[in-house]
Design a protein around this ligand. Sequence first.
Ligand SMILES: *Cc1c(COP(=O)(O)O)cnc(C)c1O
Length: 388
Amino acid sequence: MSYLANNYNRRKISFKRGKGSFLYSSKGKRYLDFVQGIAVNSLGHSNSHLNKALSYQSKRVWHVSNAFQIPEGEKLAKRLTKKTFADSVIFQNSGAEATEAAIKVARKYFYSKKKPYKNRILCVKNSFHGRTLAAIHASGSKKMIEGFGPKVPGFDHFIYGDHQSLKKSITKKTAAIMIEPVLGEGGIKVIPKWCLKGLRRICDQKKILLICDEVQCGVGRSGKFFAFEYSGIKPDIVPIAKGIGGGFPIGAVLMTKKVASGMTPGTHGSTFGGNPLAMKIGNAVLDKIMNKNFLDNVKNISNYYLKELNKIKKEYPEIIKEVRGLGLLIGLQLHNSQNKFIKLLEQNKLLTIRAAENVVRILPPLNVKKSEIDISIKIIKKVCKNYK
Ligand SMILES: *Cc1c(COP(=O)(O)O)cnc(C)c1O
């Protein structure tokens, strides 16, 4: 019996140790971990560079209040803005907090511009922005909202791919469109470049803000630092989380100078957000990821992996419907429910996780080796071969 509440459907497996792409179970079995905490452990398990940073900072100072200067945070913010669209950063502890902070920034911007009526956020129906009260209503998923009423107001939704529904939903009360450049939980759906460009154009025409939720697809996961970079657009606000901490909980919202102008002292805060320990680790993650060779390698491995997966699809078109993804955010869409397939992969010592639309989500660490990709290909082939 468990003393944990029953809000997860947990698999009956636990781990005592991890190294790189591998996890070792309590029963001594080795698994190739292509979940990596759901795109969190960007450098794999127990990375020596991150271990050093953690150990170094743990002996100096873990936590001080944001009432004081935090040099490690200044450094991380500078690095996150220097090569990106952003001019400033607010640190949080998780993805949901980061998306909520993004919403607050958008609303506060129009409030400070004497347009307080512009406060509604337009989101994709059945997207994913986290599990806090506002975030579930931003997601617009009936399943996530059920039982958690009353409804949090201020969110409108449009159907992904439906331009009429998008245009109709923009009113003079709309403050921002919030969108995941790759719908992660929604089934690894990559929003086409022209579509993101179109959204940017609409936002410019209507003088509203564009929020790109890069909590899952950001920080190198896509093969570029941000997934939206593929389309050449510049958003106004970008929440990030998962990959930036390499396993340590960090969230952040990046924004332009223009929209940051509303966030004056006292308007927003977080007790833990941006503490020295977290910031030291975030910087250590960037030491590796903010490196041209590193991201080129993600792209190369991704090209290879997608090609191999498409070969498997070609061999088993009755099982695999589509191979989707960008960088190392990969989905195998099956014709039928993916649960059994994921279980079979696990029995063959490959860990993956589901996403919507019958998708098997595959999330290797960003520093995965080609030989490890090859192990996974072998296992996926074997499972396909023996599949009912
Ligand atoms: C995971 C995720 C979130 C929520 O992150 P948490 O850390 O679980 O709160 C928000 N947006 C997207 C796109 C995500 O994938």
